[in-house]
Write a protein that binds this ligand. Sequence first.
Ligand SMILES: *[C@@H]1O[C@H](CO)[C@@H](O)[C@H](O)[C@H]1NC(C)=O
Ligand SMILES: *[C@@H]1O[C@H](CO)[C@@H](O)[C@H](O)[C@H]1NC(C)=O
Ligand SMILES: *[C@@H]1O[C@H](CO)[C@@H](O)[C@H](O)[C@H]1NC(C)=O
Ligand SMILES: *[C@@H]1O[C@H](CO)[C@@H](O)[C@H](O)[C@H]1NC(C)=O
Length: 186
Amino acid sequence: MYKTLALVLASAISVMACEIPGDVLSNNITESFSLQIQNASFPDIHNHYLNIWDWGGGDQHLFVSPAGNSTSELQLIDGVITLPWDPPRRAVINGEYEVLDNTTKMFMTERGDPRAVFDVVYGCNPDTDAVQVQLAFKSRGDEEAGGNVGVRPFNGMYDFRWTPAGNTAYDASRPWTKVTLVIVHP
Ligand SMILES: *[C@@H]1O[C@H](CO)[C@@H](O)[C@H](O)[C@H]1NC(C)=O
Ligand SMILES: *[C@@H]1O[C@H](CO)[C@@H](O)[C@H](O)[C@H]1NC(C)=O
Ligand SMILES: *[C@@H]1O[C@H](CO)[C@@H](O)[C@H](O)[C@H]1NC(C)=O
Ligand SMILES: *[C@@H]1O[C@H](CO)[C@@H](O)[C@H](O)[C@H]1NC(C)=O
């Protein structure tokens, strides 16, 4: 019986660990993409997409689909999520700082706010175990290294927010959920 259990566990572990290629990925991706959001523990957001919302003044705010407009024209330039418009809109982390959970908004703008900078890494799809290409948070511009990007309830939708590394602040009435951002080419 224990032998059977061990076999079942071993196969479960192998199912959950796809083989990660050894190469290092460029932080420039000029072939247009959408960003899929993954966190298999949270069905309301898992496998939804990062959408844009024309917030005025040239800014696009970021929401979890179905809120806002879908986009598949994102690029990654020097690790920064970019809409290749004229002028380009870049993902930044600034504004609406919330002391209750120590989060700051991530949105897209043509202005010079501290950029959200990512590395590009391989991961395993939690549903299919296929190899996928995903973003790993690197820094808030030159201001602060590390931290995580997640989503938080906002007027019946979810917007995107960054927390610094080691953050322990948490607001149970408005829970912040860490997400994986996955490159999906249309
Ligand atoms: C990424 O693209 C930018 C803008 O085109 C360019 O300046 C930079 O050298 C590129 N970096 C790499 C590693 O190719
Ligand atoms: C979606 O895009 C359309 C066309 O550009 C625009 O008129 C509309 O304001 C956008 N809606 C949102 C929520 O951004
Ligand atoms: C909030 O974030 C700052 C860094 O941005 C950090 O110094 C501080 O410890 C954090 N607060 C909590 C409660 O984690
Ligand atoms: C899902 O969200 C929880 C809560 O924020 C977090 O602890 C966990 O690491 C997340 N999982 C992934 C795969 O991002």
